[in-house]
Ligand binder design. Structure first.
Ligand code: PMP
Length: 464
């Protein structure tokens, strides 16, 4: 630890930036770039509704709900009070060794009620990564109990994001997270995503969706159906660029998994808890998952919590076959986190946020985005509920990207940053997922700022 005499005053932007620069390793960061930059990190100090405030008092429209998680918006006293009350009563106790506490079991019952039919038991963790790691171990354990221990391989998609731990990053399909990190682990296989805009060429969307699904069938046959444990997918691939599959895709995946006795796992970490205008996106796409992972929106990000829901068949097998599942986390079923989740679900239900997203704010966002589709550098807009994306192109037909492999997206993202609206760039796409409490006026504001930034981006790229 170092102490210098010319340190800036405590609790100022300069002080936080210096402490951040010297002592903090933040996730997904190029440390050279951040630590040696003049500006340093933006320090966010408060938030209310959909508006962040930084340490200089600047108000920023959060078009990403934090990291796709603050579903009920910032500043909800009920959630703070639920945590406070539970912490005074019983801040922590474990759920190992034939013990439980009230909040995780009450939440388990609630989750069985609100998740898709057939899912009725939950295994808790504290993050999406942990829950997807749980899936990898639970699927292998399940097949062992069924007398098929060789069913141990997993299939997922490129551009998938399932987390940063070793198994979750293996399930994921982000090559930069794998190359040089000894990943994917053995037994993890990938097929192409149902991403019509980049991979569909001249194919009709629905035909492309069927072909993308067929890749899963081909991969199962290549590995051998008796060796494949599960297929995992986000109903809409979020971090990979808000890839909304053609309607033909998921029913085919469902059919293929059933046919070859492969477990179907839906990663609803982003899509769950109302994001798409359904409590879970599986309902919209007609997915009947054998397992389903949840995190983020389960507490609206106010406190870490995640879970894996399992089907009746898996639950029955675990109970009837017996044998210990050697897996669990200190914070599995954390009482304070579960109490916050219950209060959060209560808000979602009481304020009818899912219906509002489906019938009001989701369609409003779609309408406003459709206007942006006319912009000279916009090749496509797409959204479902309050998750959406826009593709930046040099030429609309045939779909042609700007040179630079993500450069256009970064330029647009930086303009958004400067115009105090948080949106994310994924390659040359701009993605958004605001809190589900966003008003139609705030959606207008978000889209209007985005339009300004697209104009500036076009100018920078000599296309304006
Ligand atoms: N699955 C999906 C679909 C995600 O988007 C994320 C996080 N962005 C994760 C899993 C991992 O969650 P966590 O960061 O909480 O580990």
């Amino acid at each position: 630890s170092t102490q210098t005499s010319d340190k800036p005053a405590r609790n100022t932007t300069a002080w936080w930036r210096e402490a951040d620069r010297k002592h903090h390793l933040s996730p997904f960061t190029d440390y050279k770039q951040l630590k040696e930059s003049e500006a340093g990190a933006r320090i966010v100090t408060r938030a209310e509704g959909v508006w962040l405030t930084d340490s200089e008092g600047v108000r920023i429209l959060d078009g990403m709900a934090g990291l796709w998680c603050v579903n009920v918006g910032y500043g909800r006293k009920e959630l703070a009070e639920a945590a406070y009350k539970q912490m005074l009563e019983l801040p922590y106790y474990n759920t190992f060794f034939k013990t439980a506490t009230p909040p995780p079991v009450e939440l388990a019952e609630k989750l069985a009620e609100i998740t898709p039919a057939g899912l009725d038991m939950v295994f808790y963790g504290s993050s999406g990564s942990e829950s997807n790691d749980t899936v990898a171990r639970l699927a292998r354990f399940y097949w062992k109990l069924k007398g098929k221990p060789e069913k141990a391989h997993f299939i997922s998609r490129t551009y998938a994001y399932h987390g940063s731990t070793m198994a979750a990053a293996s399930l994921g399909g982000m090559t930069p997270m794998q190359e040089g990190y000894g990943l994917p682990l053995p037994g993890f296989h990938h097929v192409d995503p149902p991403y019509w805009f980049d991979f569909g060429g001249e194919l009709d969307r629905e035909e492309f969706g069927r072909q993308a699904a067929k890749q899963v069938e081909d991969k199962i046959l290549e590995i051998g159906p008796d060796k494949v444990a599960a297929f995992i997918g986000e109903p809409i691939q979020g971090a990979g660029g808000v890839i909304i599959p053609p309607d033909s895709y998921w029913p085919e995946i469902q059919r293929i998994c059933r046919q070859y006795d492969v477990l179907l796992v839906a990663d609803e970490v982003i899509c769950g808890f109302g994001r798409t205008g359904y409590m879970f996106a599986s309902e919209h796409f007609g997915i009947e998952p054998d397992m389903m992972t949840m995190a983020k929106g389960i507490t609206s990000g106010y406190i870490p919590l995640s879970g894996v829901m399992v089907s009746g068949e898996i639950g029955r097998t675990l109970v009837e076959a017996g044998g210990e599942f050697f897996h669990g986390y200190t914070y599995s079923g954390h009482p304070t986190a579960c109490a916050v989740a219950l209060a959060n679900i209560d808000i979602i239900e009481r304020e009818e946020l899912v219906r509002k997203v489906r019938e009001e704010t989701g369609p409003h966002l779609a309408k406003r985005l459709a206007e942006l589709a006319e912009h000279p550098i916009v090749g496509e807009v797409r959204s479902l509920g309050l998750i959406g994306a826009l593709e930046i192109v040099q030429k609309k037909r045939p779909r042609t990207r700007f040179p630079g492999n993500g450069k256009a997206g970064t330029i647009c993202r930086d303009h958004c940053f400067a115009h105090n609206v948080v949106l994310r760039a994924v390659r040359d796409g701009m993605v958004m997922a605001p809190p589900l409490t966003i008003s139609t006026e705030e959606i207008d504001e978000l889209v209007s700022r985005l339009r300004t930034c697209l104009d500036l981006t076009a100018k920078d790229l000599g296309a304006g």
